[in-house]
Design a protein around this ligand. Structure first.
Ligand code: ATP
Length: 542
């Protein structure tokens, strides 16, 4: 079947999310709140499964990573040390055409001819807008270029076929009001505070001002010594955390992709500085002299190999929950894109229907964060490494992912339409969410073939109770069996168990206590003993 167009596909996904209880707009009966989302019954299970899988792979299956659950509101000085107070409150300007945002003080002054417009009307319909706009052209460019840009601006305001109004031309010198990339007018500079503020205590005074954390990472840095001592870990080791983060995003968009409240899953993995490794092992292994496909941590690894190792680990984890490598892109940030403290950053991007965008960033952050906290708190962040007989501030590799973004990626990845026969054998379009069983919200649905036969109903409830301690089970007796299968296909339930007259032994003793197990993707059914269900399904959902 042909792939639906991307906007059409996103509309279908958003509508399914609401209809089936994955994601709702927050505060919907009051008109919603931009950038905030609620997860319904299926969405809540999906998110929980994502977090459980991540936590298990990051801590419980490893010896060198431990967990932390820190408070959302922390000492405001933390955000000064991390740089969030200053970088999250710059004056910013937005391009009126592309919406690209720039720091106001970084716009290069430009000179040329500015074309001003007072609005536009639509040919034929008389539709009109009075939004003013202007474009700056460098010397020598024809007026048509300005008109082209202005028409695009008005087209974005629903004037599909615009006639420009009130064109006026003026020479400007050293202006910072225009986007250097396309000449479009910028918004006025606006203070842009990305952190959500609150007050700790009943008095709203500036000393009481605090912030809802914009990332979970900083709590890990400020607690790293306490965790280290309590857990008796040794560098190299990691601390991971899952928790809410808040950013006052100016442009929440693409459904839940960019929200104001979201959850992060972050690991800070602490490693030895290279000079210490050099002293200990006589050399530092680099990316260029290893086989990255067989990455096995070694004492002589420098930051490059640890960084690459975590990129690989993370991609493998995405594969393990159903995002195949061909849906992901590993983007190595270029030198001029890197944050000033980062030695290297890899973004793991997912091919969303609305574009290939970041799921997770994996940064080699050096000792920037711990050194900053040492400076701002006055407390030593140094670690004494007994094996190396050296004292140092550890360096850090940080894989940082978003739960909500990943939930959206998994939903987009799972959405599928195929053809399946209805009750009368006629082919119809089937919507099926092909979640990996590991993260599927419901693992199995159990159905009595008929709801008006108490023996079938009772037996089905017995099977439900047998499975329940091991997995999420959904009992459904309403409607024709085909309809019930379809409902579970849409919820992404990988397995369906039907209890019929054979189960009751009505077709002979051989089939007594057997059921049919239906596979969501192939729609194939096989008969098996009830006693085989638990081990078989547990194996598939682990
Ligand atoms: P972006 O460039 O998309 O704004 P970022 O580089 O600022 O993201 P980080 O600060 O590195 O993001 O945060 C780590 C992860 O947290 C991101 O990869 C993403 O999965 C998630 N995340 C960040 N901001 C948001 C948001 N506003 N809504 C949902 N998830 C987010």
């Amino acid at each position: 079947m042909a792939e639906p167009k991307t906007t059409e596909l996103m509309e279908k996904i958003v509508s399914l999310c609401k209809r089936r209880g994955f994601i709702f707009q927050s505060s919907e009966i009051y008109g919603g709140l931009n950038g905030f989302w609620d997860y319904g019954p299926l969405g809540a299970e999906l998110k929980r499964n994502i977090k459980d899988c991540w936590w298990r792979s990051m801590t419980q299956l490893r010896e060198d990573v431990v967990g932390l659950e820190a408070s959302i509101i922390m000492h405001p000085r933390i955000w000064e040390a991390s740089g969030h107070t200053s970088t999250f409150s710059d004056l910013m300007v937005d391009c009126l055409l592309t919406k690209k945002r720039f720091r106001a003080d970084q716009i290069e002054p430009q000179s040329g001819t500015a074309y001003f417009y007072t609005g536009a009307t639509e040919d034929g319909t008389g539709k009109e807008t009075k939004d003013v706009f202007s474009v700056l052209l460098p010397p020598g460019k024809p007026p048509e270029s300005a008109r082209k840009v202005a028409k695009q601006f008005y087209q974005q305001r629903s004037i599909n076929n615009p006639t420009l109004l009130g064109e006026r031309v003026e020479q400007v010198k050293d202006s910072t009001k225009y986007n250097p990339e396309n000449g479009s007018l910028l918004t006025e500079p606006r203070p842009f505070n990305l952190m959500l503020e609150t007050y700790v205590g009943p008095v709203q005074s500036s000393e009481n001002k605090s912030y809802l954390r914009p990332e979970t990472a900083q709590a890990i840095f400020v607690q790293y010594k306490s965790v280290l001592e309590a857990s008796r870990q040794k560098v190299p080791f990691g601390i991971c955390q899952i928790g809410k983060a808040f950013r006052n995003e100016i442009n929440p968009r693409n459904f839940t992709f960019r929200s104001r409240e979201f959850e992060q899953m972050e690991l800070e993995f602490f490693i030895r500085p290279e000079e210490v490794i050099q002293k200990m092992t006589g050399s530092v292994a680099k990316l260029s002299d290893s086989q990255p496909s067989t990455l096995n941590p070694q004492p002589n690894w420098g930051w490059e190999l640890w960084h690459k190792y975590w990129v690989e680990e993370r991609v493998k984890w995405y594969e393990s929950i159903g995002l195949s490598r061909d849906t992901l892109v590993e983007y190595w940030q270029k030198k001029d894109e890197l944050a000033h403290y980062a030695k290297a950053t890899v973004d793991i991007l997912f091919k969303f229907p609305f574009g290939t965008q970041e799921l997770e960033g994996i940064a080699a952050r050096g000792d920037f964060d711990l050194t900053q906290h040492q400076k701002f708190s006055g407390k030593s962040m140094e670690y004494f490494d007994e094996e190396a007989k050296a004292k140092y501030v550890p360096h850090v590799i940080e894989p940082s992912a978003g739960v909500d973004r990943l939930a959206l990626a998994l939903i987009c990845n799972a959405y599928c339409e195929d053809q399946a026969p209805d009750e009368k054998g006629k082919m119809e379009t089937r919507v099926v969410m092909k979640f990996h069983p590991r993260i599927a919200p419901l693992k199995v649905a159990v159905f009595p073939l008929l709801k008006n036969k108490p023996e079938l109903v009772n037996k089905t409830k017995e099977v439900r109770d047998l499975l329940r301690p091991h997995m999420t089970v959904f009992y459904d007796e309403a409607g024709a069996i085909g309809r019930r299968y379809r409902r579970q296909d849409e919820a992404g339930t990988p397995f369906g168990v039907t209890i019929d007259f054979e189960t009751l032994g009505e077709k002979g003793p051989d089939l007594k206590d057997t059921v049919t197990l239906r596979d969501r993707d192939s729609m194939k059914q096989e008969r098996m003993k009830i006693s085989e269900l638990v081990p078989l399904l547990v194996e598939k959902i682990r």
